[in-house]
Design a binder for this molecule. Sequence first.
Ligand code: GLP
Length: 260
Amino acid sequence: MEVVIVDSAREAGRIAADAIAELYAANPRAVLGVATGSSPLTIYRELAERVTTGDLSLAEARAFMLDEYVGLAEEHPQRYRNVIDRDFVSKLDIDPANVSGPDGQADDLVAECAAYEQAISAAGGIDLQILGVGADGHIAFNEPGSSLGSRTRIKTLTRQTRTDNARFFDDIEAVPHHCLTQGLGTIMQCRHALLVATGRHKAEAVHHVVEGPITAMWPGSVLQLHPHVTVILDRPAASRLQLATYYEEAYRAKPPWQQL
Ligand code: GLP
């Protein structure tokens, strides 16, 4: 796990966008895993700028979403497919038909989850997965207690997550109780995981995910078993890391040929 500590969310977005641009320079058809939430927004903004200047194109890219609420109407602004369309698809040159997410309105949710796993495999798997982290250490919607080997499935959201996400709804009661989410086992199959966290409210989760024991109680900690993970943090999010000074020294001394 490589930890990169930066001065601002903007810089986090720039460094993550550099890694994504390198991926697409090498393979214009690469498969990107996209996340909702505020953490990836600076990445999407930075990617959009590069598409506008002609330095990057996602015209041939495929993208898969991490998760979706169950039961939100197609036009609901907080349906994650609509959030991704607004924050990501509409700002870039990616073909909306090449962006997939689990359908939280499917009649048969179990079959939908199996079909989603199939679709990711058929695309050749995810080359680079963008991740945020919840205050309780969840990645995607894998709440504490999630099986470390879990696949895409229906999950019940915790009160904490529904409270955190209530800011996007009229009130907490409007936040769905259920979601479909890629499992931790699904996420672990991506070739490169890139997690971004900013702000002091993420410091405890970051501390457990990066330096704590691997435990379902802090689901993101499973990433410690992944061979290629980059964690990009601002200083407040990194404030509880024991080895912060070492991570900074290692990043400064990184050989120029070595990419993220
Ligand atoms: C939601 C999403 C996660 C995201 C998390 C953190 O629960 N399902 O994918 O990482 O929120 O969101 P934010 O980046 O807004 O803090």
